[in-house]
Design a protein around this ligand. Structure first.
Ligand code: AMP
Length: 288
């Protein structure tokens, strides 16, 4: 396993892979690896000659007042996990190298970043994500890149960027991996104070309530959203960031559930922001 910390070395490695015509799968992460990340890695290993994982807590996707400093960093453990999984390349650049002095360039996807979490976190968050992912694609030059459906809006935004900027990369979106009780795995789960852990399920339960209501033929998006929001706000320690019912392609809000919809939300509990979502339509799926 090669650990690459220097961007020039990464570029040389990418050139070498291209010369050998080796197909490379890239799994971009911010580290603090968990089973969700591992599922992306497994998928990449099955589909590519070489799998590279990037571990980079990207400063430009944290807005002022967000948890950049307290974001979990578990580098030694991440390395052990990467080794155990038989990773070929771990790319771990420094912020100084990724963002050269006086950098003035960013990549922004417009429409798709406005709705859902773009509203609560600001479009700056997605600008940070697309800018760093574009840089990673330029440095690693992957054939395929793997993203999780947990960050549904992010996956869609990246797909848009790849089409719009002609990146020769195939985007693969993988299903959400959950704890046994249904909580979506997230690096941030480590920061949930133990006394709040059970209540962190509120968002998942609200989304399942929405799904059950659709199964019972409630198709009015406003009534569905209200019922889900009420479920979350039963707990006055939970802050509701966003909870929307949107088209899975355009992320525009729908009025009626007459096709597959994405129900996605974000809450803050015990100072930690958590997200989750579910895809469902009038014909299900009724389990996930
Ligand atoms: P992060 O390190 O949180 O930026 O996540 C890196 C990648 O892993 C992103 O594409 C995420 O969508 C994906 N990911 C994070 N959590 C999960 C999960 N529970 N299931 C599937 N993919 C996930």
């Amino acid at each position: 396993m090669r650990i690459i910390e220097d961007i020039h070395e990464m570029r040389r490695e990418a050139e070498d892979m291209a010369a050998r015509r080796a197909e490379c799968g890239l799994v971009p992460t911010m580290g603090a690896l968990h089973e969700g990340h591992l599922s992306l890695i497994e998928r990449s290993k099955a589909e590519n000659d070489i799998t590279a994982i990037s571990v980079f807590v990207n400063p430009t996707q944290f807005m002022p007042g967000e948890d950049y400093d307290s974001y979990p960093r578990t580098w030694e453990k991440d390395l052990e996990a990467a080794e155990r999984l038989g990773m070929d390349i771990v790319f771990h650049p420094s912020a100084e190298q990724m963002y050269p002095p006086r950098a003035q360039t960013s990549v922004q996807v417009h429409g798709l970043t406005r709705g859902l979490c773009g509203m609560s976190r600001g479009q700056g968050y997605f600008r940070g994500v697309t800018t760093v992912v574009a840089k990673l694609f330029n440095l690693v030059r992957p054939t395929r890149a793997y993203f999780g459906q947990k960050d549904a809006q992010q996956a869609l935004v990246i797909q848009r960027m790849v089409i719009d900027l002609n990146f020769p990369v195939e985007i693969v979106v993988c299903p959400i991996v959950r704890e046994e009780d249904g909580l979506a795995l997230s690096s941030r789960n480590r920061n949930i104070p133990p006394e709040y852990r059970d209540r962190a399920l509120a968002l998942r339960e609200a989304l399942l309530l929405g799904r059950d209501l659709i199964r019972d033929k409630e198709y009015d998006a406003f009534r569905l959203a209200t019922a889900m929001q009420e479920r979350i706000l039963q707990d006055d320690e939970i802050e509701l960031d966003c909870l929307d019912i949107v088209s899975p392609e355009t992320l525009e809000e729908v009025e009626k559930v007459d096709d597959l919809v994405l129900m996605a939300g974000a809450i803050k509990i015990g100072g930690v922001r958590l997200i989750d979502n579910i895809l469902v339509g009038p014909d299900g799926p009724w389990s996930d």
